[in-house]
Design a binder for this molecule. Structure first.
Ligand code: ZN
Ligand code: ZN
Length: 67
């Protein structure tokens, strides 16, 4: 199990806790400035940017195939 929030190091349940579904890192919602509803399937910023890159690559492939 993760040790706690990767940003502040705290493992206390201070408010909302987010768990990245890709790397299993815990962060407090307020530590990442997350606002809004917490949904299961939250992804941390590094993982989200990786996902975006992969999606962009996929889109590029699709556009090339379509053109
Ligand atoms: Zn924190
Ligand atoms: Zn992650």
């Amino acid at each position: 199990m993760p040790n706690g929030c990767v940003l502040c190091g705290g493992d206390e349940d201070e408010g909302d806790i987010l768990l990245c579904e890709l790397c299993d890192q815990l962060v407090h919602a307020f530590c990442v400035g997350f606002k809004g509803r917490i949904e299961c399937g939250w992804v941390c910023v590094p993982c989200a940017s990786l996902q975006e890159e992969e999606e962009e690559e996929e889109q590029d492939d699709g556009a090339a195939a379509a053109a």
